[in-house]
Design a protein around this ligand. Structure first.
Ligand SMILES: [Zn+2]
Length: 190
């Protein structure tokens, strides 16, 4: 008897999960669905599990076993992202972080609890989904005093300011070109 095909409308919310789209088959031939979890995780979950009422990527179960809530789960993921970027040369982002000498504060390096506690007490809850943890000085470490919640727009502004050529220097770089062009143009017209 063929299995009854389970369907979900894209965007269906099921507790922490948002079911996005069909995403191929698992190794036993069952249909997988690409899901986004409120904790920030993305996961392919079997349609049958969803039908049985799966509520999260697995973070709910993990939280039940610890004292942490959703916010701490997100912060734990953040900590492990930062740690990989700074400490793991095989991570694809390493060249922009650890590879540039950006480090993670010693007391946080092997202690996610310390990191989570500091963020919760110092920066508080992430203001909105659009905010992420930003380094104020992009050339400095993940450490107390250099972190804030910022939107990607604020972060882009920060990065631009950092990479920006000094206006006077910019003039020096561009003006001779403009001048030469004007000269040539003048020459042509003359
Ligand atoms: Zn989750």
């Amino acid at each position: 008897m063929p299995a009854i095909k389970i369907r979900f409308a894209p965007g269906t919310k099921q507790d922490r999960l948002t079911i996005m789209k069909e995403a191929g088959k698992g190794k036993h031939g069952h249909i997988l669905w690409f899901c986004e979890c409120e904790c920030g995780n993305q996961k392919r979950i079997a349609g049958a599990s969803l039908k049985r009422g799966a509520k999260s990527c697995g973070c709910l179960t993990r939280e039940r076993n610890t004292k942490h809530g959703l916010s701490a789960t997100r912060l734990y993921r953040l900590w492990s992202d930062i740690k990989r970027r700074c400490c793991c040369p095989t991570d694809k982002a390493y060249k922009n972080y650890g590879g540039r000498g950006i480090r993670i504060y010693d007391s946080w390096k092997d202690d996610p609890e310390a990191f989570i506690k500091w963020v919760e007490e110092t920066l508080g809850e992430r203001p909105t989904k659009k905010h992420s943890l930003d380094r104020i000085d992009v050339n400095d470490d993940y450490k107390p005093g250099n972190l804030r919640w910022a939107t990607s727009r604020e972060q882009a502004r920060n990065k631009r300011a950092d990479n920006q050529v000094h206006p006077e220097f910019y003039k020096l770089l561009t003006e001779p070109l403009v001048f030469t062009y004007a000269e040539e143009k003048g020459g042509l017209l003359a």
